[in-house]
Design a protein around this ligand. Sequence first.
Ligand SMILES: *Cc1c(COP(=O)(O)O)cnc(C)c1O
Length: 237
Amino acid sequence: MTTISNNLQGVRARIATACAQVSRPVDSVTLLAVSKTWGPEAVREAFAAGQARFGENYIQEAVDKITALRDLPLEWHCIGPIQSNKSRLVAEHFDWVHTIDRLKIAQRLSDQRPAHLPPLQVCLQANVDGGLTKSGIHPDEALALAAQVAELPRLCLRGLMVIPEPVSDYEGQLVALRQAKALFDAMAASLPGAAQFDTLSMGMTADLEAAVAAGSSMVRVGTAIFGGRVAGIAEIP
Ligand SMILES: *Cc1c(COP(=O)(O)O)cnc(C)c1O
């Protein structure tokens, strides 16, 4: 077995244990493999080990990889910030976007989504713990933005995404993750006919157990699957 295949088994086991600890069914949490900085061969290895959903942060790197892997039935999630001049590439190549934090980008993505593709599946990114340098809408403004994004014809609003500030202890991690769950529940309750508002994207290598305990439905895991990234290139969210 390859290292990536072994690592994937390890991450799936962590998710299963975390689910069991809080009596959640294991299939209530989806694993997104974050392949940023890793080449197409690493993605192929993960696919051979049963992983079909991948997350990418850097748009041009991602588009090159997506193009090189056209022969595989993969689902691609954009989890990095989107500049206006990159929105067309995102609309044309990705299946999901987790980082909607302003209406202008959402409108561009809807306008630019090609007619032959299904609607782009999107999550709003919220800044629940007030990290100063971070993207994400203020929680107080999330309901209003969600209502506007839900109206855009070529987007399907699926949920909420957060990247809490790193905290090393489990109890400390739970604080921001529980705030995110509360915001997610409030948004789900406020959106009319939001049957598809089902995705709470939170949890990474270091906090996936706490994220599952707090109610995450999609964990985004890079390091525990592919290994450490080169410092300085990969750590910018
Ligand atoms: C890099 C990244 C991840 C994965 O982080 P790991 O700690 O390597 O698991 C998840 N989400 C976002 C937004 C990222 O940028």
